[in-house]
Design a protein around this ligand. Structure first.
Ligand code: WTA
Length: 659
């Protein structure tokens, strides 16, 4: 480090608050702080402001219908179509030649779609879906890598009113089958493969294995030929079709956007929860699209003509809301990249920021920590001056990583929005507004205008500043999940039971995150308080991983916790009891890891597998994961008085330290 670096670092370490630069404020979509009062004093009508970002076919007469809490409905007698709102209307307003999607393959091949070209292919694929028998309200599963056909398929589904259920391409065959079975989905769109760190991956092979476990008849599968080589030599059955053939057969086809009620389902997204079974989060058309468009405008500061890049995968909610629906609804250019951030070199992302002159960049803290480790010479060798705003999402960002991002990517002239939200919330809920709020590294900021989030103690009382408590949301918002697919009971249990008082007509949403509040109303998220862990910004259920481990031959019982990890944020630590007659050896460890990859995918791969004779349990037999977490993190062990077998804690600890 040079002297000036040392000085800069020393100054930044001490600096606790940062003001948005004047140059940003001058051009910001929102820069008047009165917006907070305007929303608060005019709630729920304030949400019309979000609905105004959309073109409605039939206007709605009521903003919020709260007659059947907590089954809130938004703009509920309005009708619209999401595909029309993301494509057609931009063409009608003279922007047909503006780029909608810019795609870059890992090997440097590129594709670009203007809004007109997107319109054409979405229409052709929508016609193709219909020809395969897809009707409005049929759930179509998309198991696809980061290629343009993924957003095209999503928008084609939206066009004909068929909800999509996107399954992350990194998930295993079994995970695909579980989700298709849960949704009763009879149509699958997938791809032959994709590239990851230079290697072609056999994705269709995985999809086929998944299809073999689907319990109902799958009527049709469409396969994109991404690798263009048929490297893996798969043949297609009669009900399996090649994407290009479908498109060519429907060349020039036009499909009128199907009129959808605001409360009709737009998509399902399966996410991890406390039990082993993923939850099918249901999002609807009007509220979700209005909310993602509004937050794209207010928080990401997007407008037509901007080039915007969110480096997440569309297989997660971040990609749905902020690669596809929000950015396209507001008519921006959205960038998609297929591959790994360090391929072929560790400057790949910065090369792309420079090449496409990206204005706004949104990523996960785990990526920022990796960039930091790789060193600043990588961004330093590129011209990043096109950037005007940076964002993070998915997990807490530590102040050091925040400051590194601010200095080395943003050149101290871009605000950073640290956005807290969830699959269930549909869009951002807590963040500074980049043209208004002072930034405090490590703290997401105040709730967005109109969002009524607070931090409370176990009795439901507001905590005092500086203390830790539970994050709750007291009022509904348009982007909220409507229910868990075909499981209203679990919807109530998971999100509403804890802090609501139905008899008093009081409904409070509980996101299962811990949080802290400061004197200025800024919220610092402390992480999940349920059995969900966050590995590299990916949400995983410990129960799902445990059930994969216990189905490995030779395993009797397992407990999984998240241990701190320098880059990933959290990593999977598994504590395993073997069956009599099996040794906890390297071979068993290997088959446990394979079992997890098989059941979920490589992202859930345990960082460590430790064999133990017992697990710390309470007298009622509940595993005390907190203690295992403390052991994993080498922290001081807390209270063990409620344990049935307190001696086991020392035993596990001793084993760990002797390894
Ligand atoms: C965590 C991702 C701290 C949180 C959009 C939440 C965050 C879970 C932040 C949802 C943030 C998300 N700061 N923690 N800015 N954003 N989280 O459903 O624990 O994949 O409950 O949605 O990620 O993860 P999900």
């Amino acid at each position: 480090m040079t002297d000036s670096d040392v000085e800069l670092e020393a100054r930044l370490v001490e600096q606790e608050t940062f003001e948005p630069p004047e140059s940003f404020i001058d051009q910001a979509n929102i820069s008047d702080p009165d917006i907070y009062d305007e929303f608060e004093n005019n709630w729920p009508e304030c949400w019309e402001r979000a609905a105004e970002f959309l073109d409605w076919e039939e206007d709605y007469s009521e903003v919020l219908d709260a007659s059947d809490e907590p089954y809130y409905e938004w703009f509920s007698d309005g009708t619209l179509n999401a595909s029309y709102n993301c494509i057609d209307r931009h063409i009608e307003t003279g922007r047909k030649n503006q780029t909608a999607i810019k795609w870059e393959g890992e090997h440097g091949s590129t594709r670009s779609y203007t809004y007109q070209e997107l319109y054409r292919e979405v229409n052709e694929f929508a016609a193709g879906l219909r020809s395969l028998g897809v009707e409005a309200d049929d759930v179509v599963t998309l198991y696809m890598p980061m290629i343009p056909e993924l957003p095209i398929a999503m928008l084609a589904c939206a066009r004909i009113g068929a909800p999509h259920s996107v399954v992350f391409a990194g998930f295993s065959a079994k995970a695909l089958a579980t989700r298709m079975n849960a949704a009763g989905s009879a149509h699958l769109i997938t791809a032959d493969g994709y590239y990851r760190r230079g290697e072609p991956l056999d994705h269709f092979g995985k999809a086929q294995d998944g299809l073999a476990d689907v319990e109902h008849t799958v009527e049709a599968t469409v396969v994109v030929d991404r690798l263009e080589t048929n490297s893996f030599g798969h043949d297609l059955d009669d009900n399996q079709h090649d994407w290009d053939t479908i498109i060519n057969t429907h060349q020039g086809a036009r499909v009128d956007p199907v009129s959808r009620n605001a409360e009709d389902m737009l998509f399902l997204m399966y996410t991890s929860g406390t039990t082993g079974k993923p939850k099918g989060v249901k999002h609807t058309t009007g509220g979700y699209l209005a909310y993602t468009a509004w937050t794209s405008h207010a928080v990401l500061d997007l407008e037509p003509g901007d080039t915007y890049w969110c480096s997440a995968d569309i297989g997660w909610i971040t990609g749905h809301s902020y690669i596809v629906y929000g950015p396209l609804a507001v008519g921006t250019t959205t960038v998609m990249y297929e591959g790994a951030p360090d391929y072929p070199e560790r400057d790949r992302l910065w090369e792309l920021v420079e090449k496409y002159a990206v204005d706004v960049f949104y990523t996960a803290p785990t990526a920022v920590r990796a960039f930091m480790k790789w060193g600043k010479s990588h961004p330093g060798s590129h011209d990043l001056s096109s950037l005007r705003l940076l964002g993070t999402v998915g997990e807490p960002i530590n102040p050091r990583a925040w400051k590194w991002y601010y200095t080395n990517i943003g050149n101290e002239s871009c605000p950073i929005v640290d956005t807290w939200w969830q699959t269930e919330t549909g869009g951002m809920m807590i963040s500074t507004l980049p043209g208004i709020g002072e930034m405090k590294p490590g703290s997401a900021g105040p709730p967005l205008p109109g969002v009524d989030a607070s931090v409370i103690d176990t009795d439901g009382e507001q905590i005092s500043p500086g203390q830790a408590g539970y994050l709750t949301v007291e009022k509904p918002w348009p982007g909220m999940l409507r229910t868990l697919y075909q499981n209203d009971e679990r919807f109530i249990d998971e999100y509403w039971r804890e802090y609501s008082d139905p008899d008093a007509g009081d409904w409070t949403y509980f996101p299962e995150d811990g949080a802290k509040l400061d004197e200025d109303g800024y919220i610092t998220i402390l992480g999940r308080v349920d059995d969900v862990i966050n590995v590299s910004g990916h949400r995983l259920g410990t129960m799902e991983i445990e059930s994969a481990i216990v189905s490995t031959q030779g395993v009797a019982e397992a407990a999984v916790v998240g241990g701190n990890h320098e880059i990933k944020g959290e990593a999977v630590y598994a504590y395993v009891i073997t069956e009599d007659g099996y040794n906890g050896d390297a071979e068993l460890r290997e088959s446990i890891i394979e079992g997890v990859e098989d059941a979920i995918g490589p992202i859930a791969r345990p960082e460590q597998v430790r064999f133990t004779e017992e697990l710390p349990k309470t007298r009622s037999g509940k595993i005390m994961r907190r203690l295992l977490e403390e052991i994993a993190n080498g922290e001081e062990i807390g209270d063990t008085t409620t344990l049935r077998n307190p001696e086991i804690v020392d035993e596990i600890e001793a084993k760990v330290s002797s390894d």
